[in-house]
Design a protein around this ligand. Sequence first.
Ligand code: PMP
Length: 384
Amino acid sequence: MFYWDHAASTPPYEDVIRTIAEVMEQHYGNPSSMHQWGEDSSRLIKHAREVCSRALDVKPSEIIFTSGATEGNNLAIKGATLQYMNRGKHLITTQIEHASVYESFQQLQQWGFEVTFLPVDSQGCVDPASIREAIRKDTVLVSIMHVNNEIGAIQPIEAIGDMIKRCNPRTIFHVDGVQGFGKLPVDLTKWQVDLYTLSAHKFRGPKGIGLLYVREGLKLTPILTGGAQESGLRAGTENVPLIVALAKAMRKASEQQESFNSNVSTMRDQIHTTIQEIKGLKLHSHDGSAPHIVHFSYPGMKSEVLLHTLEEQGILVSTRSACSSKQSEPSRVLLSMGLSIEEASSGIRISMGDMHTEDELRLLQQALRISVEQLEPLQRGRMG
Ligand code: PMP
């Protein structure tokens, strides 16, 4: 099988896997224990926090370890909104956020907050001017993702941060950075970001661990209570092996960001060319979108059918983000971009790591051609 679903999850580095086993075996003391073994574990977390903070060019005290980006996004959005609800009841996000962001806002709506879900253009991008129109004196928080997980659209985060802070300096800016880190440059200070979420399994770390950057001075109402861990923002015994592994993967991902970007962009361009050559396919990602995500549709053919036809040839891809791939409705992200229901029901995402060979790439291109050839009579029948 050939794996082209790295935006869903990408294989951990071998030394990251070894690190997890080593820490589990050798450092199982509870970091909150006062004896030496507890202190050993606590020291490992301290070092990991320093490594992570260096990768983001922020202070160690601004890093909160979480169980992943779903938790990080929930903590950032609900934690900041509840903490600062004396400032107002208005919130802004987009129509194309990951479900962990989108549904956090839906829950806040049920709790009485007013949410503006900004639209995107045909390339999946938010216009910073739309923030100026939407933002109010009582806007507590704006949450915009860096890179969309389905179509790879890159949001103009710096311009958005600038717009938010010029219109209302008190409005908190949260960025879901999951699909951007390790692929694109990140500059939280320049972007004027207050809260930034990451997940390790998107950059060759383990699943079930992530972090939330919380700008110094910003307070959050914790979602998990019952312990003083993580500066009281995230109760529960720390997952020491995964925290150490996260830091290791994060350092490598940030050191290798440029080479990752140039390796996968070259491959992405070749896949784009193939898709453009195949009659019936419609490309939605482009040169200016994220280097590791290719997105296209085969209008008239349900995504799952093409996915399984590719799988029969050993190619593993995705219909959309892994978290919502089992839903049967057309993609919310594609509909927001103005695509028809037919197009939004036939999307396929190919996502890359930087370990694919030329032969694997050729097999993928071949499998795309063969699959569409096989399905064409079926598709023609449906379209006709
Ligand atoms: N945000 C984005 C943009 C994602 O792609 C994902 C993972 N699909 C998440 C959040 C959730 O991350 P996790 O798997 O760590 O909960």
